[in-house]
Design a binder for this molecule. Structure first.
Ligand SMILES: [Mg+2]
Length: 121
């Protein structure tokens, strides 16, 4: 299975990558921001994208809004992973097309449970 990890923090990408490989993901793609993530999507479509909210160039909201306009990516499950805890941002993320929302600091058990609920765990 393939995952696309979108986060401007290299250490966060590394942590998430290890977590996803522990869950059995063998193809792990990374992007530093939404614009790079859109390029990665055009090359290979993952089962799931883990998406940070605050990033330079293109943040999570814009990225999710853009990708949700492409029918080719309809089946990609999107989980926002962010330290933003505002209900307003959770609402905006889900409204833009995110399927799930997880708060940093990461709890691998919680993320694993949520991925299972989405059918990609
Ligand atoms: Mg960030």
């Amino acid at each position: 299975m393939r995952v696309l990890i979108v986060d401007d923090s290299r250490s966060m990408r590394r942590i998430l990558g290890k977590m996803m490989s522990g869950l059995g993901y063998t193809e792990i793609d990374e992007a530093e921001h939404g614009a790079e993530a859109l390029e990665k999507l055009s090359v290979a479509v993952p089962e799931v994208a883990l998406v940070d909210w605050n990033m330079p160039v293109m943040g999570g909201l814009e990225f999710i809004s853009e990708m949700r306009q492409h029918r080719d990516y309809d089946r990609v499950k999107v989980m926002v992973v962010t330290s933003e805890t505002s209900p307003r941002i959770v609402y905006e993320a889900l409204k833009a097309g995110a399927d799930e929302y997880a708060m940093k600091p990461l709890d691998p058990a919680v993320i694993s449970d949520k991925l299972q609920i989405l059918g990609v765990g």
